[in-house]
Design a protein around this ligand. Sequence first.
Ligand SMILES: Nc1ncnc2c1ncn2[C@@H]1O[C@H](COP(=O)(O)OP(=O)(O)OP(=O)(O)O)[C@@H](O)[C@H]1O
Ligand SMILES: [Mg+2]
Length: 345
Amino acid sequence: MSENQVTEVLKHIKYPNLEKSIIDLSLVDEIVSHENSLNISLKIVNTQAFETLCDTIKNNTKLKEIFSNINVTNKVQPPKKSLNYGSTQNPNNRAPYAKNIIAVSSGKGGVGKSTVAANIAVSLAQDGYKVGILDADVYGPNIPRMLGVDGESLKWSENDKIIPSINFGVKIMSVGLTTPRSDTPLVWRSSVAVSALIQFLEDVDWGSLDYLVIDMPPGTGDVQLTMAQELRLTCAILVTTPQMASIDDVSRAIMMFKDVGVPICGLVENMSYFITPDTKQRYDIFGSGTGAKLSVDYGINFLGEIPLSMDIRQNCDSGKPPVVLKDEVIRGYYKQITNKIIKNN
Ligand SMILES: Nc1ncnc2c1ncn2[C@@H]1O[C@H](COP(=O)(O)OP(=O)(O)OP(=O)(O)O)[C@@H](O)[C@H]1O
Ligand SMILES: [Mg+2]
């Protein structure tokens, strides 16, 4: 069997949990065949995925018929150790009341973090978990509107704790609930913003939580680092859109979380495509497949794609997260992501 024929066989071997083959994803480094020996070198960052692919290739019947000796090696060396940012190696535990703390983050702004965070939180609550959501975007707090509590303001309990707002079974805290109007600007230095968040972690009556979902501001700044230092984050979920500008930015966010030692639960590709309501034709407005490729390159899980949808935008604007609505298809996108998160933690 020639090397080209081996390539043809490998075109049918899919990367675990993805619809693309290792050839489509350019993960094969070299193929060398000699008589009954076949050596394949792959380029796979995720060691678990490498082991799965190794077994699949070695047990492939077409290859086994020809080659009695199949070797699969990985060109990618194990990742280098974390840069050790000191304090993030042993983070404080400002939220001991939460069993799992999940940060929803992105490199770029406006890619859909808050939408994903709000829907995941409600979806977890629908599954019977005790859930809180902390809007850590102090300069652009959108969670109150998305979860329909934007008219509410801060309440204090008798023991001087802040009472979170509650809707759809989720406890909600946001700087947006502390300002008199939704258009009140917050002109805070980042140290003040960070102190406000610490207060929300410590002085809010969260009760005991199965999941605390944190909606992060965009980027890799003070808030992200503080959260990694002050909380034992279970993991981070990264949201991106398919276009390269967003992919570049989310790559930086992935590296930041890896460097500060926060496990990454996976990547969500939002606004992946648009299906016209009349002709049902699909348009890949921002490109396609880049999120899946990125997750392979960085060895992180791909949690799913969410299309660009007018219903998602309209309902989020009016305080009804799509997971509470009847539309099974739209609910399904977020449910699938939530199920993967529950499985991974
Ligand atoms: N899949 C989608 N289809 C259509 N609109 C969407 C989708 N996801 C999010 N949106 C809309 O895009 C806008 C931005 O989303 P969102 O606020 O969740 O982004 P973000 O990443 O949190 O932004 P920021 O960086 O400003 O915090 C919102 O109006 C939201 O309703
Ligand atoms: Mg946001």
